[in-house]
Design a protein around this ligand. Structure first.
Ligand code: PHE
Length: 334
C-alpha cells in the first residue's frame, strides 16, 4: 500500500525519479521490502513460511508495478525526443561558403605530385639567408656579373632575403652526403616590379646528386615531369644558357600546351614556352660543400611557380596572384 501511495504521489514519473523509487523499496541493503525480509528472524517459526511467501509476493508485485511505470516513462521520454528533435528535411539548406586553394598552392602541389614516385624529399629552406649561401657558395663571388641579374634586398651587411631557392642546395649538400634528391619550394625576393615580375614570388628548386649523373638524366626526368604536369605529348627543348652554379647551364622550353606547338598568342607564335633554368651542378659548388666532384655529379633546376601558374591558367598580370581578390582567385579552381 505504501508503495502504491508513493507511486501515486510522485509528480513526475521519469526514469530518474523511478530509479530512486526502485532503490527506496527494492535496494538489496536498505530497501523497504528487503527490510521486511530481515524481520524474518523475529517471526515465530510457525509463521515463517507464510511470512516469507507474503513478502515475496509483495516484492513481485512492487517489481511488476515498477517495471510497468518504467516502461511508460521510457516511452514518454522517447516520444518527447521525437517531438523536439524533429528535422524538416524539406527546408532549404544554408550554404556554407567554400574556399579553394590559391593558384600558387595549387601549382606547387601539382608540381610535387608530378615528381612524386621519383623519390624526391621536400626541403624547405629559410627566407633569410647570408650572402654566402645565396651567392658565394653558389660560385657567385662579390664582383661576379651574375649578381646584377638578381637585384637583392639586403637586411644588413650580413643578412639578405634569398633571391633564389638555390641557396637551399648548399644547406642540403653541407648536411647530407649523396645520394641527394630534393625538391625545395619557397618564397624568394628580388627588387623587381612589373606585369610579370613581383618583389616576392615562389620557386621550386630541384637537386639530384649521385654517382654518374649527367645532363641526360635531367632531360629524361624533365620529360616525365612535363608530361605529367602539362599533359601527354608536351615535349621539352634545352637551350644553352648561363648560371654560375651550373656548368653547362640550360634554359628549358616546353612545346606549347595551348596550341600543341603550332604557334599561338601564348607562345607568341614560336610553339615553345620557357619554363625553367637548369644545368649540371658546377664542380666548384660540389667542392664548396665538401662533396668529391671526381666521384659525384648532379643536376639542378629552378622553376618559377607564378610564371607557370600564369601560363597554365591564362593570368595576365602577376599582381593578380597577390592581391587576394576573390573574384580572381575563385576562377582558378582546378
Ligand atoms: N636559381 C636560378 C634562378 O633563380 C634557377 C636555376 C636553379 C638555374 C637551378 C639552374 C639550376 O633563376
Amino acid at each position: 500500500q505504501r508503495f502504491a501511495e508513493r507511486a501515486e504521489q510522485m509528480q513526475e514519473k521519469n526514469s530518474e525519479t523511478l530509479y530512486a523509487l526502485r532503490k527506496e523499496f527494492l535496494d538489496r541493503k536498505d530497501g523497504l521490502v528487503s527490510g521486511l525480509m530481515k524481520q524474518m528472524k523475529s517471526v515465530p517459526s510457525a509463521e515463517k513460511a507464510d511470512f516469507g511467501k507474503e513478502v515475496n509476493a509483495l516484492k513481485d508485485w512492487v517489481l511488476e508495478k515498477l517495471t510497468a511505470l518504467e516502461k511508460q516513462a521510457r516511452e514518454a521520454e522517447l516520444n518527447h525526443r521525437y517531438e523536439t528533435e524533429k528535422i524538416d528535411v524539406t527546408l532549404p539548406g544554408t550554404e556554407i561558403p567554400r574556399g579553394n586553394l590559391h593558384p600558387d598552392t595549387l601549382v606547387r602541389n601539382q608540381m610535387i605530385e608530378a615528381f612524386a614516385g621519383m623519390g624526391f624529399e621536400i626541403y624547405e629552406g629559410a627566407e633569410i639567408e647570408t650572402d654566402y649561401y645565396n651567392f658565394t657558395a653558389l660560385n657567385t663571388p662579390k664582383d661576379h656579373p651574375a649578381r646584377d641579374m638578381q637585384d637583392t634586398f639586403y637586411l644588413s651587411d650580413k643578412f639578405l632575403l634569398r633571391t633564389q631557392t638555390s641557396a637551399g642546395q648548399i644547406h642540403v649538400m653541407e648536411k647530407q652526403k649523396p645520394p641527394i634528391k630534393i625538391l625545395s619550394p619557397g618564397k624568394v625576393f628580388r627588387s623587381d616590379d612589373d606585369a610579370t615580375h613581383s618583389p616576392m614570388f615562389t620557386q621550386m628548386e630541384g637537386l639530384v646528386v649521385d654517382k654518374g649523373i649527367t645532363l641526360c638524366d635531367l632531360q629524361g626526368m624533365l620529360d616525365k615531369f612535363v608530361e605529367k604536369f602539362f599533359g601527354a605529348g608536351v615535349k621539352t627543348r634545352l637551350r644553352p644558357s648561363y648560371f654560375p652554379f651550373t656548368e653547362p647551364s640550360v634554359e628549358v622550353d616546353v612545346s606549347c600546351f595551348s596550341c600543341g606547338g603550332k604557334g599561338c598568342r601564348l607562345c607568341k607564335g614560336t610553339g615553345w614556352i620557357e619554363i625553367l633554368g637548369a644545368g649540371v651542378v658546377n664542380k666548384k659548388v660540389l667542392e664548396n660543400c665538401g662533396i668529391d666532384s671526381d666521384v659525384y655529379s648532379g643536376f639542378a633546376f629552378g622553376i618559377g611557380i607564378e610564371r607557370v601558374a600564369m601560363l597554365k591558367y591564362g593570368i595576365g598580370n602577376i599582381k593578380y596572384l597577390f592581391e587576394s581578390d576573390l573574384r580572381v582567385l575563385r576562377q582558378i579552381n582546378a
